[in-house]
Design a protein around this ligand. Structure first.
Ligand code: PLP
Ligand code: ZN
Length: 420
């Protein structure tokens, strides 16, 4: 064991169980299984209690013992503790008794849940002595690595497919790091990054740092549990790209139960994808344990991973918890974005439209019973995917600055308001 490992014990292969030291390493050399951080839960139990959590500042780091840094975190100290709001109007529209929105569209600093994984990965990268950080990204990860690296004084190389939404590109460039557009889809970007990671001494947050990075997603689930008054939700709907977030939400619920933070429950975890890139939901619906890789074609670019690294484990979580999966078309994604905006005043990106659209289908089919309670994980902000909704959000009506023209416009409305 490393001398200063904090509450971590080792990295452990998810397939064969072999243990590895806590370095920048993500794959077992015997069977190529993914490595995962294991913790000393007996020690954590003594220092992580409801009371100790509630006495700490409002950020994801209030769950510090369950996050893989050895010392104190140094990057992203303000990340997390986003709102969990009771969505009564949306609940009525979707036909469910109780509905909650976990709103990472307003996460700090780059308006997506990726700030959680990046603050963990960069804090750990600094501990391990790296000065350059990098990532393969579908957009939000690039934004977050670029921003958090700038604030931490780290060198950044972010790799993205060259056809991303303009806002995601600009939101990466503005921080002054190196942004490299690859003429290809995400899976090709990722393959290139695996090669680069083997050659350069860089901390690739979702390649060689992946075991640490992925653990950051647990904070979203732990916050949900705390914000529900230390209760595990019956149903959670999570959108899937690589499938990592979904598996880590479940892990966080299991840890909350194991540590006595929440009473035992049987949470069901449901996965959401876009029909234009649905390797995981397609496999789940067919009852398969393995997915078939696809070539993405969807407006939900942040979820466009055709060969999802954690797809196999996401399928297992849905199977083990009695969850289900669905996917939605581009039009249904836009409908989902509009529905959430009109009911709750939240403008989510395309991934959020996927989550809302899929929740609607799962409630309609009874996979999520109408008399039950569900949490929807909204993971990114609509201002970053304007391209997807321009021309679909309605139109402005233009008049000259004249009261007469305004009242003519009102008179033309079907339900004109009463005049004074
Ligand atoms: C990356 C991302 C996800 C899902 O990520 P996983 O790879 O499945 O962990 C979900 N929503 C948004 C907006 C994302 O950027
Ligand atoms: Zn192994």
């Amino acid at each position: 064991m490393e001398k200063h490992a904090g509450f971590m014990k080792a990295l452990k292969c998810r397939e064969c169980g072999r243990e590895y030291p806590l370095t920048a390493n993500h794959v077992c050399e015997f069977d190529f299984g993914p490595l995962e951080v294991v913790y000393d839960y007996d020690r954590i139990r003594h220092s992580l209690t409801r009371a100790s959590i509630q006495a700490r500042p409002k950020s994801m780091w209030r769950f510090r013992e369950l996050l893989p840094v050895a010392g104190e975190p140094t990057v992203g100290l303000e990340v997390g503790c986003t709102p969990l709001l009771k969505a009564d109007r949306l609940a009525r529209r979707l036909g469910i008794r109780e509905l909650w929105i976990k709103n990472d569209a307003v996460n700090y600093p780059t308006l997506s849940f990726k700030d959680r994984v990046v603050s963990v990965a960069l804090s750990r990268a600094k501990e391990l002595g790296f000065t350059t950080v990098a990532c393969a990204s579908t957009g939000n990860l690039a934004n977050s690595v670029a921003a958090n690296a700038a604030a931490a004084g780290l060198n950044a190389y972010v790799f993205i497919p060259s056809d991303l939404e303009q806002s995601k590109v600009v939101n990466s460039l503005i921080y002054g790091g190196h942004v490299i557009g690859i003429k290809g889809h995400y899976d090709e970007v990722n393959r290139l990054c695996a090669e680069i990671a083997g050659k350069y001494p860089w901390a690739f947050v979702n390649v060689n740092m992946r075991p640490y990075y992925a653990e950051g997603s647990k904070s979203m689930g732990l916050e949900i549990v705390e914000q529900l008054g230390w209760r595990i939700p019956a149903h959670t709907v999570v959108c899937m790209a690589s499938g990592s977030l979904l598996t880590k939400i479940y892990k966080s619920y299991q840890e909350a139960m194991k540590l006595g933070l929440a009473p035992e429950a049987r949470p069901r975890i449901h996965g959401a994808q876009a029909t234009g890139c649905s390797p995981i939901s397609t496999a789940q619906k067919a009852g398969m344990d393995f997915f078939k890789p696809v070539k993405p074609n969807t407006i939900a670019k942040s979820l466009a991973i055709g060969t999802p690294a954690d797809g196999f484990y996401a399928l297992r979580v849905m199977k083990d918890t009695g969850g289900s999966a669905e996917d939605v078309s581009d039009d249904e994604i836009r409908d989902g974005i509009k529905l959430l905006a009109e009911c709750e005043g939240i403008f989510a990106e395309t991934a959020g439209g996927v989550t809302v659209g899929v929740a609607r289908k799962l409630i309609a089919s009874g996979a999520i019973p109408a008399d039950d309670s569900a949490v929807l994980c909204i993971t990114g902000n609509g201002l970053k995917t304007l391209d997807a909704v321009v021309g679909h959000a309605g139109y402005t009506r233009e008049i000259r600055p004249s009261l007469r023209e305004f009242e003519a416009l009102l008179d033309a409305e079907e339900h004109a308001p009463a005049r004074a």
